[in-house]
Ligand binder design. Sequence first.
Ligand code: NAD
Ligand code: MG
Length: 389
Amino acid sequence: MQKVAVLGATGSIGSSALDVIARHPQAMRASVLAAGRQVEALLELCRRHRPEHAVIADPDGYPALRDGLRAAGLDTRAHAGPAALNALVASDACDTVIAAIVGAAGLSSTLAAARAGKRLLLANKESLVLAGELLMREARAHAATIIPIDSEHNAIFQCLADGNPPTRITLTASGGPFRGWSRTALATVTPAQAVAHPKWSMGPKISVDSATLMNKGLEVIEAHHLFAVPADAIRVLVHPQSLVHSLVDFADGSTLAQLGLPDMRTALAVGLGWPHRIASGVGALDLLAQGGRLEFEPPDLDAFPCLALAFAALSTGGIAPAALNAANEEAVSAFLQCRIGFLDIPDIVSATLDAMPPHAADSLETLLAADARARQLAQASIATRGGRA
Ligand code: NAD
Ligand code: MG
């Protein structure tokens, strides 16, 4: 019986993961469920999936979680705070960890899973952007298996299954809700418009990242670390149908791709079952039913500067990707609260990167300090723009 810890259980990836796990009751079960602050939603999941442990990151949520579990007559043990989560992740309470917390907040539990040698289904791309070298090193040192839970990287993982090195990777991008829009038109878009993704149903932060194309930029950095490919061997193509999830070129002229409907349960089933294929609840792809067309176009870097900013941060290296990620998290959060406009997001990220002197990423402390400094700079920049949105 595979025991799975679902971190970020109340989110979009968390709920897709629990759906796949529940389809295989003889083979796997959710043994640990963790969430940020939504106690009621976590309790509801505990009633349905009956895990051994439930963790709420926000310590203020602990009494309600404990009392709610008791009132429901469940044996599930309540825990609170990041230290409790990390200890559970590293313990024999689980052998597989689904890292689906959003943002840099997911780094410490992701690292704990890598250091404990778990099978790590990694959705939390921000931890790779913030500390990719460190995370990959820890995973290697402790024989943790990382299976990417990002549709593009999961596609590439599948294409690389025979162990041959790629000569180039092409990440596909849907283009988001504003594909084809000019910079002028983008100036006045609202959070509601930005989170209305045409192809994928996702949490608010990654939805905004998809609208700015920062998501694709974070994914370029993610691919660099996961597959040990240099930035100049990674290309991005906009593919509005979101059916080809990425492509890999090899030395012999072959290009392999993975296709499927845009539903993260496929990637999660790959992660949970690998090397076996297991049912995910996602139907087979029928290209004719999907319109019979697969289109590709280059990204518009003028209207969507975040992608170029991410490539630049990757080539600068050191602390730059950590600063990019932190400034972006702050800017996206301010945009979602209507404190800044959509075009302020790349401006704030760019200004933050410019204000941070280059520095080697020599330790976790250095990276966390860069993350903190970038957040301060971004918040100061947000404060000067407040009211303009
Ligand atoms: P979401 O906003 O729907 O869910 C986030 C989850 O993280 C929630 O359960 C929340 O309670 C939890 N959380 C937030 N802060 C926390 C904290 N400090 N401590 C513990 N838990 C905390 O987000 P999502 O769309 O499910 O995305 C999760 C991650 O997966 C992100 O890193 C995202 O980039 C990545 N991802 C998502 C998708 C997708 O289709 N949704 C696809 C690829 C990658
Ligand atoms: Mg993706």
